[in-house]
Design a protein around this ligand. Structure first.
Ligand SMILES: C[S@@+](CC[C@H](N)C(=O)[O-])C[C@H]1O[C@@H](n2cnc3c(N)ncnc32)[C@H](O)[C@@H]1O
Length: 289
């Protein structure tokens, strides 16, 4: 552990390999995203991640740090560690820079511009699904390899993300209002074609995957984040696919936990009629190099 920590921006040269900044001006998306990421309700997931960070870590990388809600907590918990936040959004990073607790890198994570063997811990909270949403397993493996290379021997990656529940069908009885929302989602979701069957009396047969994306994206309909959310999926990989990609990238999965111990609990207006177990919402995987 380091005894005295230089100011964050002077530490950065210890980590940077090269940097091609991502040009990204402020948009209404950025403002909406900043508000979303600053919600106090997100805090408990950060606590779960921090519990798993090796207390002896002297260097920590926060991948897709956004406004730095987790980064700031990490800096409080590990005051003598050097912490680096990476994000593609200049606007979001600026919010973290103002706090002066971490170095920041404006970059695209699949082209991570950091040196090899420099971090003890990397954390990636709800970012991998965004990175690979429009891509395939190879893109995920490539990204994970970059992260693996940046870790020192014995280093760990802590992942927190959505996972796809798979395509098995499920029967759900919707209220009129929720069914109207599902139809709105069906017309707006651009990532893939969402299909469902109306069996009468608002009883809908839909794949778990389509239901999961609907259920976890209702909030975005008719907001400033609708455009972005309708183009990406929360389900680009299953838990098993994520594990396999970690292995192919050179990691060993040491721990796998479900963050929401209860499965997706349909809100008012959606009652599950199938016997199948609804999917776990989000998982935490700890992977070692
Ligand atoms: C859902 S937010 C999560 C932010 C943060 N980890 C948290 O939990 O508060 C995803 C973040 O990843 C960033 N991001 C998405 N794709 C990225 C990429 N290819 N390179 C760098 N950052 C990316 C977004 O700008 C956004 O800040």
């Amino acid at each position: 552990m380091m005894d005295s920590t230089p100011p964050p921006e002077t530490q950065l040269e210890c980590f940077l390999a090269s940097c091609t900044p991502v040009m990204n001006g402020m948009s209404s998306r950025d403002k909406g995203m900043a508000r979303l990421l600053s919600r106090p309700s997100r805090s408990s997931r950060f606590d779960k991640v921090i519990e798993r960070v090796n207390p002896n870590a002297s260097t920590i990388l926060d991948l897709g740090c956004g406004v730095g809600a987790l980064t700031i907590k990490l800096a409080e918990k590990f005051p003598s560690s050097s912490i680096v936040g990476v994000d593609k959004s200049k606007y979001l990073l600026r919010k973290l820079q103002k706090k002066g607790v971490a170095s920041t890198i404006l970059a695209d994570i699949p082209n991570l511009p950091v040196k090899e063997d420099v971090f003890d811990v990397a954390v990636a909270i709800q970012v991998l699904h965004e990175i690979v949403s429009m891509k395939d397993a190879n893109a995920l493996i490539h990204t994970l390899k970059q992260v693996c290379n940046s870790l020192r021997s014995g280093g760990e990656l802590i992942l927190f993300d959505h996972v796809s529940p798979g395509d098995a069908p499920i029967l759900i009885r919707f209220s009129n209002d929720r069914l109207a929302k599902l139809k709105e989602f069906q017309t707006k979701f651009k990532h893939r074609k969402v299909t469902f069957q109306d069996r009468g009396d608002r009883l809908i047969r839909i794949s778990m995957r389509d239901f999961y994306d609907f259920f976890t994206k209702i909030w975005a309909l008719n907001t400033g984040l609708e455009e972005e959310e309708m183009h990406e999926t929360h389900t680009p990989f299953t838990r098993q696919e994520l594990r396999e990609c970690l292995l192919k990238a050179g990691f060993k999965v040491k721990q796998a936990l479900v963050y929401n111990t209860t499965p997706v609990r349909p809100r008012k207006g959606m009652a599950v009629q199938s016997k199948v177990r609804l999917p776990d919402r989000q998982v935490i995987l700890v992977a070692g190099k």
